[in-house]
Structure formats: structure tokens, C-alpha cells
Design a protein around this ligand. Sequence first.
Ligand code: ZN
Ligand code: ZN
Length: 147
Amino acid sequence: MHKGRCQCKSVCYEFGGSPLTCYACHCSDCQSATGSAFTLSMIVNQSDVSIIEGDVAVARFTHNGADIERHCCAMCGSALWFAGKDYPGILALKPGAFDDTTWFSPVAHLWVRSKQPWLVLDSSIKQFEKQPEMSELFGLWASLNTK
Ligand SMILES: [Zn+2]
Ligand SMILES: [Zn+2]
């Protein structure tokens, strides 16, 4: 069981399953949505996530053409996870919010064609110029994480 919290600590959630995959996305939508160089996402089954406390607000945006709901802390606005009707039953958790972040690492870098030029990636981690199939990302995670 892994617990995650927003930055102001008013929202706490629990994740009780195994991730389907974890990746970093360097697309321009992720860069402008966060004001940062890339985002980290952990794809999980929605049924494995439960909110323990706090109020969650929902905002809407598009990511590479898909309509996405951004679930965030109603107090501080920290992103907790993303959901989309094109991806029923799964969430993209923002795993930097876990109390313990030592047990996972991304298995791929997405949209490296729009990656910031100063960012040097570990060449042993798979890189995709654009958006790969989710099934390919699930397979990469499964092959690198024995569970
Ligand atoms: Zn908060
Ligand atoms: Zn992205």
C-alpha cells in the first residue's frame, strides 16, 4: 500500500495495486500544463486508488488531442491524477506525490522530439519520438518489473 499527498497535505490517497506502467512525457502540452520540462505518469487501475481525506477538484484540458480530466487538490491545486473517457477504468497518477518514491522509475520517455535540449536522458531507457501504444508501455513495465 502506497500513500500519496498533495503539496499542502490536505488530500491524502492510497494506492493498493501494481502499476500498469510508468513513463515521462516530454510533449509540449505537458510542458505548458506544468511550466516544467516533462511530466511523470504512473498508469494504474482506478479501482486501486482511494481518497482517504481531502477535497478533490476537477479541471479539463486536452493532451495530444484527447479530452483529459485533471484531478487536483481543491486547496493547493496540486495535480493528483489524470483521467480520460478514452481510457476507461485507468488513471494516470502523478507519482511524485507518493510519500515514498524509491520503489519505481519510468520505463520510457515519450515525445522526446519536443524534449528540452539541455536535458540528457539515460540511453538505457526506451525513448519514443511521439506517442507509443499504451500496450507497448504496459509490456515494457512488465518486462522490467517482476511481480
Ligand atoms: Zn493540497
Ligand atoms: Zn505529455
